[in-house]
Each structure stands twice: as structure tokens, then as C-alpha cells.
Design a protein around this ligand. Structure first.
Ligand SMILES: [Zn+2]
Length: 70
């Protein structure tokens, strides 16, 4: 059984913006975000995604590859 790459959550220290970064072994994705797409802050903290974050990512609520307008 293949081991899936670990998803990471990047969260802004200055606002509530966050996105999930879930690398896939068979697809090239954009690199992890360096700046907040909401406030432009550069203090993003990466941490392993928890179950809820993964669920949200699976639902397409937050992704690393597209900007969600909220
Ligand atoms: Zn922010």
C-alpha cells in the first residue's frame, strides 16, 4: 500500500487565511504558498493537516492550486 505524501496546512499569522498543500506523487503542483493571498502577509506557518483540514481540502474548499474567494 503506497504511502501518501503528507498534507500540510499553511496558515497566516495575521489573519485567518489558510490553505492546504497536499503534494501528489503523480502530479506536479504549485510550490507551497510563500505569502498570504488574503492580506499579503509573509508569516505563514506550515503544519501537518488535521482530519478536518484534509476533509476541507477534499471538498475543494481550500486548495493550494486555486484561490477561493472568501
Ligand atoms: Zn493573512
Amino acid at each position: 500500500m503506497p504511502i501518501k505524501p503528507r498534507a500540510l496546512i499553511y496558515q497566516c499569522n495575521q489573519c485567518d487565511w489558510k490553505c492546504i498543500y497536499a503534494p501528489s506523487s503523480d502530479a506536479l503542483l504549485a510550490p507551497p504558498p510563500q505569502t498570504c493571498k488574503k492580506c499579503g502577509g509573509s508569516e505563514l506557518v506550515g503544519k501537518p493537516a488535521d482530519a478536518l483540514d484534509k476533509l476541507m481540502g477534499a471538498m475543494g474548499v481550500i486548495t493550494a492550486s486555486k484561490t477561493h474567494p472568501f
